[in-house]
Ligand binder design. Structure first.
Ligand code: PRX
Length: 692
């Protein structure tokens, strides 16, 4: 995978203009300190430092201000979070205690006895001063398809939908599945659930049949909210059709609410289906907010792990809301008139936290985009920036890499002068992509916030603050307020102190946004996150802390792969492959991929009577598409007579990974004599060399 390599030549960054408001420092720094990163180039690391002029306009204006706030958050978390909890969140009843519980017991709570409503915080409380302010700007797949929704309109639509849900018998604590394209109606759906205390489970619209069914069944959803079709890159995606198949297998589903998005044809089943546009206007435009406890669940979001089925992480009300509000405000340096754009999908945690909850709680204009970066041309993102005068633009490294393939004129020809902050998320960003983004999109003027976090963390864990933390291309820099990080030796579990260390990344203390449990399986929550290194939260990622104390995320250390920012468990992929009648055994690994970060490579053995043909390979791919979703389609499938296994039958993934990375000299592979069939190794090396 493209690691955050720091071996780039200084000339590559010399193009950064020193007259810009964000400049590049190239002064040597003292080694092995975690202190001020103000002026330094450490070894070959260029430091991008905001100018005073830039920083003065930010919430956090200097590294020392960041450090002061950070120290406060670590030494006195109750006071720190209590202060922001009171000032940034509106409560129906104030909390009596800021935090309790620990990782060993897995009994974390925040803002005990507080009563609030997240929908109120995202909408109602803004109505007095921002009724006519634009809350949501939507762009469809077609650039002419633009809608702007004020906070008041958002309020009316959310209330009507909340009332519709209530009229269908949805009550506090019930679960509602949302399988929607990236449209404002997806946001109304989430906020309508939050308003009445229903727990939403958003299912990414790219998921296929099995993935949807297992999520709907696991959470026992009563209602599914969907749309006729989605549109991406000029192609329509038949969402309702998929839900028709799903509903047959999910007896818990009583009703399917359908929004009209494209107007394309659907099969309408009157006993179960409800057209939103027919019934919503009949609903009263006001729905009171359910008074909820700080620790009542807000939503479930499923994510892949190394083993078993995806886990339904549960986020609760107050802590999640405060953490997304705070991180959104500080990491993107949000100001009142900003037009903030996150081009993720609401189906992932990035969409939840940074399209919906963080921005709307802050009363910010948030942008939602249904299309793709290359449609109709590779200028699409930058045209959107020009059209709407976007101030913050948050995307994924994979999108940047796909755009870098095209002439820079696609970016250069658009007016991007409104931009102040750029952001990335989802996977490590390679320095080449970072510098392209910095230069051609940010015009050497805008800091890049590389935000490291997870579905489990609710919000950013490690990220720069635009005015306060100088950046290095490829490093997520320093922890957010309240996050105490540790680098542990993976074998001994001992903390590695000081700088220039590499190990696994853990967090020492709880933070408001951490998921509280895995839906219906608290044991799994404890086993996955709390037990591997007792007393710590284990992220599953490897990390380096460099000589200046900067954190460089190295990617997953478990059997999770990250394909174009989508997190996939290799076990899930293998199970989909062996579900096909031809496949006897499968071993899936990630391999370095220029655009996607990691590609999916599957090694399969076939059952007796099946042969290695193009048809078999393509039907195996189709199987994975159908079961998990198109984004999980293996890039390469290698059919092999056997897999490298120990004599006790364990697949040697280490060897497969090395082969896939072309590290297959005898020294690189190590001892293979203990394998049951060592000769298969050469066969696989030849196959991989031929196709990767
Ligand atoms: O491996 C890390 C990677 O994505 C994982 C979390 O995936 P998910 O829960 O789907 O959430 C993605 C959006 C927050 C992490 O364990 N990851 C995410 N952001 C970064 C990253 N790796 C390196 N740098 C990042 N900025």
């Amino acid at each position: 995978r493209p690691m955050a390599s720091r071996n780039y030549s200084s000339s590559s960054s010399s193009s950064s203009s020193s007259s810009s408001s964000y400049s590049v420092s190239r002064v040597s720094s003292p080694k092995s300190t975690m202190s001020k990163p103000s002026t330094m180039i450490s070894n070959d690391d260029t430091i991008y430092t905001p100018s005073q002029e830039y920083s003065q306009q930010c919430h956090v204006k200097s590294y020392s201000e960041y450090q002061e706030m950070y120290q406060h958050s670590i030494t006195n978390p109750s006071e720190f979070w209590g202060k922001y909890g009171s000032s940034l969140i509106s409560w129906f009843q104030p909390f009596t205690n800021v935090m309790s519980g620990n990782f060993v017991n897995g009994d974390i709570t925040w803002f005990q006895n507080g009563k609030l409503n997240v929908s109120y915080n995202c909408i109602d409380r803004h109505l007095e001063t921002k009724k006519d302010k634009i809350a949501i700007i939507y762009e469809g797949d077609h650039p002419d398809h633009v809608r702007k929704i004020t906070f008041y309109e958002l309020f009316l639509e959310t209330c009507r939908l909340a009332n519709l849900l209530k009229s269908l018998g949805v009550r506090k604590g019930d679960t509602v599945a949302i399988y929607m394209p990236n449209t404002p109606e997806a946001i109304y759906s989430m906020l309508a659930c939050a308003r009445i205390g229903a727990i939403h489970s958003v299912i990414f619209a790219g998921f296929g049949f099995d993935s949807i069914v297992s999520r709907v069944q696991d959470a026992n959803c009563k209602i599914i909210i969907t749309a006729d079709e989605g549109v991406r890159g000029g192609k329509t995606i038949p969402l309702k059709k998929k839900i028709d198949e799903v509903a047959i297998h999910c007896p818990s589903v009583q009703k399917v609410i359908v929004f009209k998005n494209t107007g394309g044809p659907i099969d309408f089943h009157p006993a179960k289906d409800i057209w939103a546009h027919e019934v919503m206007p009949e609903q009263p435009p006001y729905c009171p907010c359910e008074v909820l406890d700080s620790e009542d669940p807000l939503f479930i979001l499923y994510t892949s792990g190394s083993t078993g089925k995806p886990k339904g992480l549960v986020h609760t009300q107050a802590g999640y809301l405060l953490y997304t509000t705070m991180t959104h405000r500080y990491v993107f340096d949000i100001q009142e008139n900003d037009i903030y754009a996150c081009v993720a999908d609401v189906g992932w945690i990035t969409g939840h936290s940074y399209i919906v909850y963080g921005p709307l709680s802050n009363g910010t204009t948030t942008f939602i985009f249904e299309g793709t970066p290359l449609h109709p041309t590779p200028s699409r993102y930058w045209e959107m920036v020009e059209r709407h005068k976007i101030t913050q633009f948050y995307t994924a490294p994979t999108a940047i890499r796909s755009l870098m393939k095209y002439p820079v004129s696609y970016a250069e020809k658009c007016n991007k002068s409104s931009l102040r902050v750029l952001g990335t998320v989802g996977e490590p960003i390679n320095p080449e992509a970072w510098r392209w983004f910095y230069k051609y999109v940010g015009e050497d003027r805008c800091p890049i916030v590389d935000t490291y976090w997870q579905t489990e963390s609710g919000g950013h864990l490690v990220a720069p603050l635009p005015g306060g933390i100088p950046t290095k291309a490829g490093s997520a820099t320093f922890p957010f307020f309240g996050i105490k990080l540790s680098v542990l030796d993976p074998q001994t579990g001992k903390e590695m102190s000081g700088n220039n260390v590499e190990g696994v990344l853990c967090v020492n203390n709880s933070w408001p946004g951490i998921a509280r449990t895995v839906y219906r399986s608290h044991t799994r929550y404890l086993t996955t996150y709390m037990k591997p290194y007792p007393g710590y939260y284990f992220t599953g990622d490897g990390v380096k802390r460099d000589q200046d104390g900067y954190y460089w995320i190295q990617g997953r250390v478990d059997d999770v792969i990250n394909v174009a920012g989508h997190r996939l468990g290799t076990a899930e992929l293998e199970s989909a492959l062996v579900g096909h009648n031809s496949c006897a055994e499968a071993a899936v690994i990630g391999y370095p991929h220029d655009i996607k970060g990691q590609g999916i490579l599957a090694f399969c053995t076939l059952k007796h009577g099946f042969e290695d043909t193009e048809d078999i390979v393509s039907s195996l791919k189709i199987e994975v598409r159908k079961i998990i979703g198109p984004f999980a389609t293996p890039d390469v499938i290698i059919i092999t007579p056997s897999l490298p296994k120990t004599r006790s039958g364990k697949i040697m993934r280490r060897i497969l990974r090395k082969i896939a990375c072309h590290e297959s000299t005898p020294e690189q592979l190590g001892d293979i004599s203990t394998l049951a069939e060592p000769e298969v190794v050469q066969f696989l090396i030849d196959k991989v060399t031929a196709c990767l």
